[in-house]
Each structure stands twice: as structure tokens, then as C-alpha cells.
Design a protein around this ligand. Structure first.
Ligand code: GTP
Ligand code: MG
Length: 359
């Protein structure tokens, strides 16, 4: 899964990218308009693995991962066709967005629209995405209508089914609402996958705050489904990400920072794109595995190895909370709380699983 970090020039995208990935990419006060992408894979922090590592005296700890791409070069006017093909592809291919909105004040970093106004900036770029989606849906609609007119019944039921969906999408966008807020059945959503509608993708809005946080810097109004917002100080967190853990702790104490938001942003964005983790634990390693929310035990087995899936017999499951409550795997088994599940069991976040399989 990959999330695209987007935002207006000088909003702090690259700074946030560095904070999330521990990277050291160059940030600048110039506000680049040219298209560029930085990509990095990061571990998804999971305190459960730290606990399991100790409990099982495991030799290795393997985190789930997620990818971030810092996509520079977005600004007002892109919806009107100012966006090149490569750029458009990059946006269409990510699974969700992290939208950085500037809330920090600075005399040395110019704002492209001069004043600090998070709500305006959020709506500005969001509006461009809506416009791009509207243009895309109108194009597709025209094509489908033409084909239906020319071929009639021979065009097939798939196109006939698509037509009302496209019309519904168009009407929704014309009300200035993102597609992520439109009720669309899962199979229809899959059908739309190839069009890469931007406003259909989940979004995590980051209010990038400076050192003097004012109340108006902490909230924006964006009450749509599959969207959340959170405030953080990207510059401070990027600096901390460069330090050794013990130095970072000292620094945090000095600046009165009790908790870093980067870890929370990673965890939130992981959930937002519809995935979660099941766990495996043993002496060799403790590990988090990524699966789609709602995936079955059979699908989870496949995430580890095709052979395990093929030979699936049953899944032995201990929910993480049960393990902690009972204190050990042995204790869980003694009270009969280990569960035996078949292929179609829907795996829950934090299930610790052993797959029994024929080889
Ligand atoms: N004072 C202050 N400066 C910040 C903060 N966040 C970022 N900056 C500065 O703002 C400038 C722009 O930050 P970048 O991270 O390069 O912004 P960007 O969105 O990647 O910019 P472009 O890629 O050029 O569009 C840099 O000089 C940063 O050091 C902040 O919270 N406070
Ligand atoms: Mg940048």
C-alpha cells in the first residue's frame, strides 16, 4: 500500500515525509512548482510486537510496512489541464492521500497565497481534485453513451450497468462533494478502480503547525467519510527523526513535547487505506502481516506463503488481548481459549495465528 503526500507549495510535504520516514530530503522555502516524487518504505509502529518479542524471547522482530511518496508540484489550476500524464498517473496509482495543509506562520517561508488559512488551502487543492474527477467522469460517460448508442444491446450489460453509476458520480461531484463520501457498493468500487478517481481515495489531512499553535490552526471542517484530520509540528518532528532515540528523548523533554505524532500518523494512515495486521509469534521471530480488513483465514495464509494456503487445514488463533490477559500461550491453552478456525473465518486485527497445513 502506498500513500501520496500532497499539498500546496511550501506546506511542508517534504518536511512531513522526512518526519515519517526518517529521511533527510532537502526542504526549501522556494516552493517548487515542478513535478517530483520522493518515495520511502516505513515500518508501521506496533507496540504489540515489542511485547511479543519479550514474551517469546524472539530473535527477530518484523514490522508491517507502508510506503509514502512525497509528490511535489501541485497548485491551483491543475484541474484545468495543467497536469502532465506522468503526474496524473502518480496520483491515480496511490491508495490514499496524506494532505498537508499549512498552519504554521513564518516570515522566511512565503505562502503562495500570502495569508495563513488552512480551510481555504484544504478546499483549494481538494477542489482541483474534484474538478479532475469531474472531467474524467464526463469523458467516460460520453464514451459509454456513444458505445451504447452505436452498439445497442450488443454493447453488453457491463456498460449498461456502468451508465447509472457514472451519472450518479457526476451528480455528486457537481455538488462539490468528494467521491469518498458517496455510497458505492464494493463490487462497483472495484469496477471504478481503473479510472483512478482522486476524490474516491481516503485522505488523512495534516495541519502542519508551527511553534505558536493558535486555536484556528487546530481544526478544519471536512466531515466526509474516509477522511480524518490531525495536527502536528512537522518541522520539529523531522528534526527529532534525525536524532538517536536517547537524544530525541532529551530534546522532547526540553521542548515539553510528550508524544510524537509521526507514529500516530503512520498508524492512522495504515488503517485508513483499509488494511490491518495479524501476528505470528515464536522464538525465531515475531511478525506483523498486512491483510485487507475483512480478509479470511485462507487469505491470511496466502499472505505468508502459497503452500500454506494450498495445504490449509485450520488456523489456531489467540487474540492478542487474550494472550495478554492470560499471560502466556500455555496459560491460554490451559483455559481452553485458543480457537480453532476454518478457512472462512474473518481474521481480526491482532489475531496471533498458527496455520496448520499439509505439505
Ligand atoms: N517555521 C516553520 N517552517 C516550516 C515548518 N514546516 C516546514 N517549514 C519550512 O517550510 C519550507 C517548506 O517546507 P517543505 O517541506 O520543503 O515544503 P513542501 O511542501 O515540500 O514544498 P514544495 O515541495 O516546494 O512544494 C522549508 O523551509 C521548511 O523548513 C514549520 O512547522 N514551521
Ligand atoms: Mg517538497
Amino acid at each position: 500500500m502506498r500513500l501520496g503526500i500532497i499539498g500546496l507549495p511550501n506546506s511542508g510535504k517534504t518536511t512531513l515525509f522526512n518526519a515519517l520516514t526518517g529521511g533527510n530530503y532537502e526542504t526549501s522555502a522556494v516552493g517548487g512548482k515542478s513535478f517530483h516524487v520522493n518515495t520511502a518504505v516505513v515500518n508501521v509502529p506496533d507496540p504489540r510486537l515489542d511485547v511479543l518479542e519479550k514474551m517469546y524471547t524472539a530473535k527477530k522482530k518484523v514490522f508491517a510496512t507502508i510506503t509514502y511518496s512525497d509528490i511535489g508540484g501541485l497548485d491551483k489550476g491543475i484541474g484545468e489541464g495543467g497536469l502532465g500524464g506522468q503526474f496524473r498517473n502518480e496520483l491515480a496509482q496511490v491508495d490514499g492521500f496524506v494532505h498537508v495543509v499549512r498552519a504554521f506562520r513564518s516570515d522566511t517561508v512565503p505562502h503562495p497565497y500570502e495569508t495563513i488559512n488552512p480551510q481555504r488551502d484544504l478546499e483549494l487543492l481538494d477542489g482541483e481534485f474534484l474538478l479532475m474527477d469531474l472531467i474524467a467522469v464526463e469523458k467516460r460517460l460520453e464514451k459509454v453513451q456513444n458505445e451504447l448508442r452505436i452498439k445497442g444491446k450488443r454493447a453488453g450489460t457491463a456498460l449498461e450497468d456502468e451508465l447509472p453509476l457514472l451519472e450518479r458520480i457526476k451528480a455528486h461531484l457537481e455538488q462539490d462533494k468528494p467521491l469518498r463520501d458517496l455510497e458505492i457498493a464494493p463490487e462497483q468500487k472495484r469496477q471504478l478502480g481503473g479510472f483512478g478517481f482522486l476524490s474516491l481515495k481516503p485522505v488523512l489531512i495534516i495541519l502542519n503547525q508551527g511553534d505558536d499553535v493558535r486555536p484556528e490552526d487546530t481544526t478544519v471542517h471536512y466531515s466526509y467519510r474516509h477522511a480524518q484530520h490531525i495536527g502536528l509540528r512537522a518541522a520539529l518532528e523531522a528534526e527529532l527523526a534525525q536524532l538517536a532515540p536517547e537524544d530525541a528523548a532529551l530534546f522532547m523533554e526540553e521542548y515539553g513535547v510528550t508524544e510524537l505524532s509521526a507514529a500516530r500518523v503512520i498508524a492512522l494512515s495504515y488503517e485508513l487505506v483499509g488494511i490491518h495486521s495479524f501476528l505470528t509469534a515464536g522464538e525465531k521471530e515475531v511478525r506483523a502481516w498486512t491483510i485487507p480488513q475483512g480478509a479470511t483465514a485462507y487469505e491470511a495464509a496466502g499472505a505468508i506463503h502459497g503452500d500454506i494456503q494450498q495445504g490449509f487445514i485450520r488456523a489456531e488463533i489467540i487474540p492478542y488481548g487474550v494472550l495478554i490477559a492470560e499471560g502466556s500461550e500455555k496459560a491460554v491453552k490451559a483455559v481452553g481459549k485458543m480457537r480453532l478456525e476454518s478457512k472462512d473465518y474473518v481474521v481480526q486485527n491482532g489475531d496471533i495465528i498458527v496455520f496448520r497445513h499439509s505439505s
